[in-house]
Design a protein around this ligand. Sequence first.
Ligand code: IMP
Length: 426
Amino acid sequence: MKSVTEIIGLQYGDEGKGKVSCYETSNAAMVIRSTGGSNAGHTVVYKGKKYALHLIPSGIVREGAISVLAPGMVIDPSELIEEIKMLRSAGIKVTPKTLMVSDRARIVMPYHRKLDLFLEKKKKKPVGTTGRGIGPAYASQAYRIGLRMFDLLKDDVVEWCKNIISQELATLPEELSRGDAYVREMAEKCKEYAEFLKPFICNTQKIVNDYIREGKKIVIEGAQAYSLDIDHGDYPFVTSSHPNASGTAAAVCIGPTNVSEVIGVIKAYTSRVGEGPFVTELKDSIGDKIRELGHEYGTTTGRPRRCGWLDLVQVKESVESNGVTALAVNHVDTIGKLAILCTCVKYVYGEEIIDYSPIDKENVYPLYYHFLGKWQISEDCHSYEDLPKEAKRYIEFIENFTGVPVRYIGIGPRDEDVIIKPLTDE
Ligand code: IMP
């Protein structure tokens, strides 16, 4: 029985996946983070409290579903421990019964972060990574030399990890591979990680398969976004995983036939952190205004996000490539504060007008469709009917352009600031 819902970012990340995932978890038995690591920053405001999560799925704040960190993740144990402590101090129950960490997930070590920054400095065109060691940790996996959560379960954890760490450090540039004392220091760190995390580490595949067999609802909280996909995004300005719908399911090892819903999440405009092409970027006062109105500063790094108009060419392509079944559009309140809105519907590429993303996206210029903004969403707006007509026109244009229904409309940061749009034939 198909029981899996995926939440996928369709732009450059930071679309508000955490909020949608938390919402979808309200009737789920399990919520899973599948790709990436602490490069993600998912913010949720639940029951009046704000949580900024980087590794644990946002759905954990609801306390009804089991949270899982999947095999496809790269996890910095020190950040995971901090996050568990933060949740506990906020009164959320985090126990080995409510949080399970795959024994197959990779470990991000301090030297991965150092290597991340080192490589950025060496590059002629830096990617603008989050500096969380994501690329180097996935590279170790590809070399088949890095540590996994499983290694923390060993009785002789220091000796066991020393062996693996010394091999791994031998592959690093000389400046970073710093002798026996450093190897021991890192292995001792693993012992500390193990002392805290051991009870959470297990074979997650068995329980995922059990839940699927029993038809229990599972939500997979995607991280990053389709345009940051290492194969399909704006390479090299991408992350090091496959945050598309297929890659997200593969990182948990859930077969495509078990996925019933792919909810694509977008903002009513576009934002990007880090370098790389951005067709609809506004480098002027309107871009600054969107940044201020939408509080567009990175949850992970605090960097100001680059802001621009909604790029529907990008969104439509993402919808089609990810098999999206419904959309969630966030920040509809924010964009309505501007007087005139532009939405990109075609690209100018050399002499041609096109409706797809060519590989050299930096040579593309936007063609816009204009909308009237200045809509006010009142405190007592609780249904689609209550939305101002200009906002509805904007939403319905997105639906018609992409060919998929909009299900969720975000009108504020809180969990309850979501409008559910009825299907048109209901
Ligand atoms: P990395 O994932 O830290 O290697 O960064 C690679 C690129 O992906 C950079 O442009 C980052 O800013 C971007 N990135 C990674 N994770 C996120 C995210 O969760 N939201 C937005 N951008 C991200």
